[in-house]
Design a protein around this ligand. Sequence first.
Ligand SMILES: Nc1ncnc2c1ncn2[C@@H]1O[C@H](COP(=O)(O)OP(=O)(O)OP(=O)(O)O)[C@@H](O)[C@H]1O
Ligand SMILES: [Mg+2]
Length: 317
Amino acid sequence: MSHVIELTDVHKTFGRKVLALRGVSMHVDQGQIFCLLGPNGAGKSTLVKILMTVIHASRLSGTMLGHPIGHKPTLRRVGYLPEHHRFPPYMTAEQALHYYGGLSHIRRPERVRRIAEKLDLVGMTAWRSHKVGTFSKGMQQRLGLAQALLADPELLLLDEPTDGVDPVGRREIRDLLHHLRREGRTILINSHILAELESICDQLAVVVKGRVAMEGTLEELTCGGLRWVVQWRGADVDSLAFEVEREGDLRTVSLPNASDEDVQAVIDAVRGAGGIVTSVQEFRESLEDLFMRALKDADDLDGAVPGAVQGKVSKAT
Ligand SMILES: Nc1ncnc2c1ncn2[C@@H]1O[C@H](COP(=O)(O)OP(=O)(O)OP(=O)(O)O)[C@@H](O)[C@H]1O
Ligand SMILES: [Mg+2]
């Protein structure tokens, strides 16, 4: 599978103190929805801005759509939804899209056709003649998505696409992203809304303090966090090798990375002792658990890196 984005050892320092990116390496495959997840200030937007040449990396090796990062003609094949974007409030939705479509050198007859198509795709047709200044945040995001799609890009870079969008709108945007993936487009999304990413990403990277702390499919990253929980009433079972929680008559045991046989053995032991099994459930580590684990690992790592604190280098004394 070809890599649409390939990055090796990307560094970005703002001024002399802020280490926004500290050696990011990652790749995004053709046709994937790739999610960059990370807390505020992790470096997600900085990375996307470097791809779009809005800012320049301090050190960089990489390609996008087969060309070195910074190759301007390649940017025509990329749709970009910037973080906190603002359209001129006095323009209507259609006027704003004509303006941005013109900047992308799309000729007027083609623009007219595409604007109608993209407004329909993001559910904004009814608002096409309304001024942007009257739009809610969610409506502005939808318009931003229409703008990013206008040039029919192969690759979409979406920085917090559902920021300010209500739950119904979020679901619609998720459906839209699936639709775009089915069309063969590759999508890189920045977000810190965990629940949202869980259901759409093919691959994810957790960025913490300018480094990729974890990368893989959700399944790969959470398979180590699989556990079974068995609950029963009525009997203490002394023979179990696991710690049992007691709450009144209820007993709970958590079995990390247990096989089916291990679970059966616990159930047999409980029933043998006269207990009544009330539930047996499998739990997988959630994206939120994963995220917290990545933060903790990064903190532990920082403890081992002299001078690097919260993405900043402390002054040498
Ligand atoms: N133009 C700039 N000048 C100085 N520092 C900057 C600049 N842009 C970003 N930074 C710093 O770089 C770091 C990474 O910022 P960035 O915006 O990439 O984070 P982010 O992961 O996108 O966060 P968020 O989730 O809040 O959008 C932060 O410490 C931020 O303060
Ligand atoms: Mg950001």
